[in-house]
Design a protein around this ligand. Sequence first.
Ligand code: PEP
Ligand code: MG
Length: 321
Amino acid sequence: QRAEWAKLKDEKSVSADGKEFIVGANIGAPKDMQAVLDNGSEGVGLYRTEFLYMESDHLPTEDEQFEAYKAVVEQMGDKPVTVRTMDIGGDKHLDYWKLPEEENPFLGYRAIRISLDQTDIFRTQLRALIRASAFGNLWIMFPMIATLSEFRAARKIYLEEREKLEKAGVATGEVKLGIMIEIPAAAILADKFAKEVDFFSIGTNDLIAYTMAADRGNDRVAYLYQPYNPSILRLINTVISAAHKEGKFVAMCGEMAGDPVAVPLLVGMGLDEFSMSAPSVLQTRSLMKKLNTADMKVLAEKALDVETNDEVIELVKKATK
Ligand code: PEP
Ligand code: MG
């Protein structure tokens, strides 16, 4: 099977009836790029920049960040690279930058909430990103967005830094600005967000956890971590429809995007980009080639109307066997 998949390395990702999708890879650092290229990824759908902070013994400087972002976009050429501003907090800690101890870190001070509070650190990251945008096809997205005002505040800071750099004569490239959809509030209000963002990227790892109020890492409640629960599928479908209504692009960069049970459903819902760990890229491309979008649309509609995770698994099995 591996040999069959390898033949697809330089091919596009298309369904049986010829609809094109982007199958991309997730990375944490420039050193991950070899696997991205070896697996024929059509983009980097998620660059988790917090690793740059976690693997350093100091706050990464603007130049250090610029070099890391530039290295990645350059290697991808015209292909899109979606860089997520740092998602520190939750379970991710730094020795050199003490964040408050909290009772509920996953419901606390993390990601964009820190960036909008400690704006010097955020501005440094944005400047590095804007400078790197001159060297490839760079998109920026903000993690853990819950409200429109957070997105507007982040965009305002981005635009200010961009203007300063341009006035100083620094080279910049075109940038798309988007958000992670990983908090249910943002998914539910996706129609409003869709009017203002360039794209969405659905982060199912957190979206499932926050929707089911269950931590996958906790064995006692792991049974509640149900990616195909119709409640989750309805949220995802809401987000995709809302984006498309405004002509916006929708990606998914959570684990679900590379899951063979989820892919037929997501093809049916019309997801534009699937981003996953690099070793899953070719397997997903191979699966897509067997799927007919009209059939998958019927499958997705059925899945949205059943009651349980298990029923959805059965439906997918029947439709794809
Ligand atoms: C997600 O929440 O699905 C996601 C991609 O972000 P992370 O796994 O980095 O939290
Ligand atoms: Mg997340």
